[in-house]
Write a protein that binds this ligand. Sequence first.
Ligand code: NAP
Length: 226
Amino acid sequence: MKIAVLGTGSVGPAVAAAFSGLGHDVVIGTRDPQATLARTGPGATGGPAFSQWHASHPQIGVVTLAEAAAAGDVVVNATNGTASLEALAAAGAENLAGKIVIDIANPLDFSKGFPPALNPVNDDSLGEQIQRAFPEAKVVKTLNTMTNSVMVDPMHVAGGDHTVFVSGNDAGAKGEVTQLLKALGHTDVLDLGDITTARGAEMILPLWLRIWGALGTGEFNFKVAR
Ligand code: NAP
């Protein structure tokens, strides 16, 4: 499968490498490929510089947001949540039409420091905003409720005995995304319902952040015991 991952922070490279490792044909989209490939400073969360990461994943092309979205059968939104609508607009509605858009972003607003506010919240969500802005895309919100290392290697936390949520309007798209999640090692994929249920998945973030603070690590996940 051709997978376009939009985002060059912590999540984009992690997800791109994982899907590439599973044999998919993966490209990464960024605003300015030359500038991104020239980055030598450490990643935002202390990971390797993008240039260093790319040197060890040369099979993953680094292209513009529009070139990536055009190339992908599935498009992953791993951009900053405050800029995702802008990033997806740059990717091009015509390049998203008819495709599954896996939305991992959280609309966290750090403008007033920590803890961040969620915007939108309560009666709307970023997942819904993206679906409204790109009505021909099949948006599936997932993976946003865990740190990137757990997204791509769920087995290293409690042997994988925890839950990943999916929200979206298109049952077929959620089915395909569920297969991708299972290929990554996720065992408990819980379908919350249509894209409005992304509100719940996004509003768990304030709790996620407080658990991270209490434990001093992001290496955990939620399990819906039932
Ligand atoms: P991030 O720093 O939140 O986002 C970096 C990406 O956002 C870059 O690719 C950057 O583009 C893009 N971006 C920023 N401003 C932009 C703008 N004005 N227009 C277009 N693109 C813009 O990186 P992250 O930590 O990897 O997180 C990615 C998303 O996943 C976020 O929404 C975050 O909330 C969510 N998330 C993160 C984690 C995690 O483990 N970090 C876990 C769950 C969910 P360039 O490539 O052009 O610089």
